[in-house]
Design a protein around this ligand. Structure first.
Ligand code: TXA
Ligand code: MG
Length: 304
């Protein structure tokens, strides 16, 4: 297929998707590698392009006017969350309907669904009029992309077009909450467990832990540089003094958690491009969005 590079042409991107192509799709969290959920060949191409095992389940993205109940069986918790947080950076895991094929869920009975809030994603999904699966548009195990250039850097001509929706405002992947016979957070994100508790009235399980969705390996979101985690700037400075004599070392730190989330993947990529050997990252306070940042940091720092 022709490779169109980075473009703002939503109509062309929709046409490519409808013809079975694979595109870079902007969302408010990270860029996705998108294909029609109901087209098996296109979905297989996603797995091949990412180098991702085929049994790892994918998130189905829907437009704001699509009836999400065609894709999943929503219990009361799921309906309340959809009403409050969609469109937005929340993925809801529910039992799948007969419409959802095995190649989307890896044969599981549940399906992960999300209605993104990014205006260009909404425009695209509206034009397509059906479910679009989109894992993050990076090579398997690597740092997620938060700009169109990141997608091109990682996947090159293997993606038919990268829709240019600018820099992702949130910067870390969506929160995944399971609403089946269990109510639990599988991956922390921008929508905090506290916000979910306020919506539902009870706390989901796994509110403070690291992600537990299948395929969320301990080593994930990993740059080439070694990542070392510390709890304060003082500790970071001490470690820097110790290591920088014979290594190229930098410190990663933000006072504001929103800026930390937005810039985290960009900074990890920059560290690799500038050939840093070690990144000393200061953990965020372990509450709210800080939980998601620390989850991604600990995966970036995990032994490979
Ligand atoms: O913010 C996001 O969620 C981004 C943007 C592009 O929407 N997408 C994303 O997709 O992060 P991905 O594939 O990189 O991560 C999705 C996670 C995986 O860990 C997968 O195992 C889990 O969701 N997941 C998807 N469907 C599932 C299912 N049926 N059961 C359990 N986990 C599921
Ligand atoms: Mg991913």
């Amino acid at each position: 297929m022709t490779h169109f590079g980075i473009s703002e042409d939503v109509a062309l991107a929709a046409e490519i998707l409808l013809n079975g192509g694979v595109i870079g799709m902007p969302t408010e969290t990270v860029y996705g590698l998108a294909a029609l959920a109901l087209n098996e060949d296109a979905v297989v191409r996603i797995f091949d392009t990412k180098g991702r095992p085929r049994n790892h389940p994918l998130i189905v993205h829907l437009g704001p006017t699509t009836d999400f109940r065609e894709w999943g069986n929503f219990n009361e918790h799921a309906l309340s969350l959809a009403k409050v947080f969609w469109p937005g950076p929340l993925t809801i895991l529910v039992p799948r309907t007969a419409l959802v094929p095995d190649w989307v869920t890896g044969g599981r009975d549940s399906v992960a669904i999300r209605v993104p809030s990014h205006p260009m994603a909404q425009d695209l999904l509206r034009r397509v009029g059906s479910g679009v699966v989109a894992p993050s548009a990076n090579k398997f195990g690597k740092v997620s992309p938060t700009s169109p250039q990141h997608v091109l850097d990682d996947l090159g001509v293997d993606v038919d077009i990268v829709l240019d929706g600018g820099i992702c405002a949130v910067g870390v992947e969506s929160t995944i909450v399971e609403c089946t016979d269990v109510f639990q957070i599988l991956r922390p994100g921008y929508i905090t467990s506290e916000a979910i508790r306020q919506c539902i009235g009870t706390s989901p399980e796994g509110s403070s832990g690291t992600s537990r969705a299948p395929g969320m390996l301990a080593s994930h979101y990993a740059p080439t540089a070694r990542v070392l985690l510390v709890d304060s700037i003082q500790q970071a400075n001490d470690l820097f003094a110790e290591l920088s004599a014979d290594k190229k070392v930098r410190i990663l730190h933000f006072d504001n958690v929103d800026s930390y989330a937005e810039s985290l993947y960009e900074e990890l990529r920059k560290s690799d491009n500038q050939q840093y050997e070690i990144v000393i990252a200061v953990r965020a306070p372990n509450s709210g969005l800080g939980i998601a940042i620390n989850d991604r940091l600990s995966k970036a720092a995990a032994q490979r």
